[in-house]
Design a protein around this ligand. Structure first.
Ligand code: PLP
Length: 373
């Protein structure tokens, strides 16, 4: 058994690095008596909107609800279709189902694992209302293509940005070419709180007001309600996120430098490495490699004390029971999605991972690869 222990996440290291500031922020909330919809939420929302170069950010309890609330605010529901991919975390399509609408899955571009924008137009029907591109693994989908198609067919675009806060396209920023952006602050994201959280970010003030109402039982004013949800971001989480947001660009830069080490160290192996599009700022929420022997590599690394995980080994349309009595539509073949589900492995990647640890992971992978012959 190996003495090496390289975990998949650096949550506790991250807390220790910022302990004094985080403890102070939490303590301020505790002493303030304002724990729900208090000033820390408002402050963080302003900081997040400014960071994203957008007008409004509305905190809520998860990335899933950020997606759902946007669809509900737009009146997207039964009878409507939303185009997205099946190679994503389940919540992307789940939000569409929860809104009562029908997800329509198109295949991914095998180079980036993001939606293949060349397949979107063929998937549009008279029922199509929106597109949800996912910026998977930390790299933006091709938003210029998506915006052109959306404009031509009068569709809304909701960016699922749970994995790419701080990423950019070559000549566009996230949020610049869409109607709204949903993000997640669950702890394992690039900007994570100590639990669940999310936000809807938009330049549309009417949408922001609708989301503010929907997240709080349909209420903008005490005792006045219409139907909504209980989906608020807590002040403790908001205070922690304000502390961490200041570190995000530095953390993302570190992820990019670890990615460079992996790129260099693994380039002459049999593994397929992630493709970063020219000019894009990929922020490597996950660093994924591909091999048909994925499960064997994962098991080998675990024996060496190195944890690698799969994202996502069962595509949404492959889940047992799919679509659970709801409507869903698959447009064309999902062969690249299915190959990705079978072959992708995520290597350790977090801002607290040291270059030495990345090097140990590289050496282990190289040794495994060599033994494959
Ligand atoms: C691509 C994607 N979409 C949506 C979500 C949902 O976010 P949350 O877990 O905060 O509900 C996640 C992460 O969990 C995600 O990775």
């Amino acid at each position: 058994m190996s003495d090496v222990k390289i975990g998949f996440y650096g949550h506790v290291r991250q807390y220790h690095n910022l302990k004094a500031e985080i403890d102070k922020a939490i303590s301020e909330v505790l002493e303030s008596g304002s724990y729900v919809m208090g000033p820390k939420v408002g402050q963080f929302e302003k900081e997040l909107a400014a960071y994203c170069n957008m007008k409004e950010a509305v905190g809520n309890n998860s990335g899933t609800d950020a997606l759902l609330l946007a669809l509900v605010a737009w009146g997207i529901g039964p009878g409507d279709e939303v185009i997205t991919t099946s190679n994503t975390f389940f919540a992307t399509a789940e939000a569409v189902w929860l809104a009562g609408a029908t997800p329509v899955f198109v295949d991914i571009d095998p180079a980036t694992c993001n939606i293949d924008t060349g397949l979107i137009e063929a998937a549009i029907s008279p029922r199509t209302k929106a597109i949800i591109p996912v910026h998977l693994y930390g790299q933006c989908a091709k938003m210029r293509d998506i915006a052109t198609i959306a404009k031509k067919h009068n569709l809304l675009v909701l960016e699922d940005n749970a994995q790419a806060l701080g990423a950019r396209g070559d000549d566009f920023g996230i949020g610049e070419l869409s109607d709204a952006v949903a993000t997640s602050f669950i702890i394992q994201k690039n900007l994570g709180c100590f639990g669940d959280g999310g936000a809807l970010i938009t330049n549309d003030p009417d949408l922001a007001t609708k989301i503010r109402r929907l997240r709080n039982h349909g209420s903008l004013k005490r005792s006045f309600h219409s139907i909504g949800y209980n989906s608020r971001l807590d002040d403790i989480h908001a205070a922690v996120l304000s502390v961490k947001l200041k570190q995000l660009d530095k953390w993302n830069d570190h992820r990019r430098s670890i990615a460079k080490l992996y790129d260099q160290g693994l380039k002459d192996t049999s593994l397929k490495l992630p493709a970063a599009l020219p000019g894009y700022r990929h922020i490597y929420h996950l660093y994924i490699v591909e091999t048909p022997k994925r499960d064997a590599l994962q098991a080998y690394l675990q024996e060496q004390g190195i944890t690698a995980l799969t994202h996502y080994p069962i595509a949404i349309h492959q889940q047992e029971g799919y679509p659970w009595g709801h409507e869903a539509r698959i447009c064309g073949s999902l062969e690249h999605t299915e190959r990705s589900a079978a072959c992708v492995l995520s290597l350790p990647m977090y801002p607290e991972l040291t270059p030495e640890e990345a090097q140990i992971a590289i050496e282990a992978i190289r040794a495994w690869d060599k033994a494959q012959g």
